[in-house]
Design a protein around this ligand. Structure first.
Ligand SMILES: NC(=O)c1ccc[n+]([C@@H]2O[C@H](COP(=O)([O-])OP(=O)(O)OC[C@H]3O[C@@H](n4cnc5c(N)ncnc54)[C@H](OP(=O)(O)O)[C@@H]3O)[C@@H](O)[C@H]2O)c1
Length: 249
């Protein structure tokens, strides 16, 4: 899979459509020295397990924070993840890492953030989404301006929250070639350095980061997911991925 990701990137660069050429966030990411991160992944479901395996393969240290770290399911995930990944409680995982991904149900956010303890100085990546069906179409269960990412930031005021990875299906993260073309991961947050670190993690997945602005922009990113989900509901068997092509203006 890693070779496939590298090959896809090479092909893109060769035809002049490489993410580094167009993408401001990717350019910034490329300017600084590559370093390996220690990442706590709170939640071992579809998104958490997928990104954990990919990032471990890229060389990062993965600590899963789970409600059941000793279960055979989580222990098997550690074997699949490799690179000496570990699993522990949610709070212990958060304590041990600088970067914390929270791929949990939106309804569990408050409970999970409270369990994690003081997150001052941590970079929290929020990939969560929330919807309810109204007449067969997904809508926000609350005021869509109140984004989940801003809720996370309010619950953990000392943390630096970045919204990312919420606009695409985990299967495209697992294998970006499913999309048969480049896929953008829009990133929103208030801290430029934090967004650069997240941009590099996006590139490790073989996807294209794009810095779309401050954390306020998370409301749009969460709507993007509802839009994509609505399309899937209306067109059984079909889906789209987002590719945002940057141009001079
Ligand atoms: N599925 C996708 O393609 C996709 C793509 C982008 C974003 N997202 C968003 O990312 C988040 C995670 O999605 P997912 O598909 O990975 O979900 P999932 O498969 O249901 O996994 C969620 C994980 O959260 C953990 N968790 C912690 N507290 C929990 C609680 N109180 N109740 C239930 N689970 C709890 C669980 O891990 P432990 O059992 O180890 O504690 C669980 O496995 C959601 O907000 C989703 O909208 C999903």
């Amino acid at each position: 899979m890693k070779r496939l990701r590298q090959l896809s990137l090479l092909v893109l660069l060769a035809v002049g459509l490489g993410p580094l050429q167009f993408n401001p966030a990717a350019k910034l990411a490329a300017q600084t020295e590559r370093s390996f991160e220690t990442i706590a992944i709170i939640g071992t479901g579809n998104v958490g397990s997928t990104l954990g395996k990919i990032w471990a393969e890229a060389g990062h240290t993965i600590i899963y924070g789970s409600r059941t770290p000793l279960s055979s399911r989580v222990q098997n995930l550690l074997i699949e993840t490799g690179n000496a990944a570990t699993a522990t409680s949610q709070a212990a995982a958060a304590r041990q890492a600088e970067i914390i991904l929270i791929p949990v149900p939106p309804t569990a956010i408050a409970e999970v953030i409270a369990t994690l303890g003081d997150l001052t100085g941590k970079l929290v990546i929020d990939p969560t989404n929330y919807w309810e069906f109204e007449a067969g179409y997904p809508v926000s269960p609350r005021d869509p301006r109140a984004s989940l990412a801003e809720e996370v930031q309010a619950l953990a005021p000392g943390a630096t929250v970045v919204k990312a990875f919420n606009t695409l299906n985990y299967m495209v993260m697992e294998d970006p070639s499913r999309s048969a073309g480049p896929v953008t991961v829009p990133i929103a947050g208030n801290d430029a350095l934090a967004k650069q670190r997240v941009a590099r993690l996006v590139e490790d997945v073989g996807l294209e980061p794009l810095d779309v602005g401050p954390l306020q922009a998370a409301e749009y990113l969460e709507e993007m997911l509802r839009l994509a989900l609505g399309f899937r509901e209306l067109n059984p068997g079909a889906a789209f991925d987002y590719y945002l092509r940057v141009r001079p203006n």
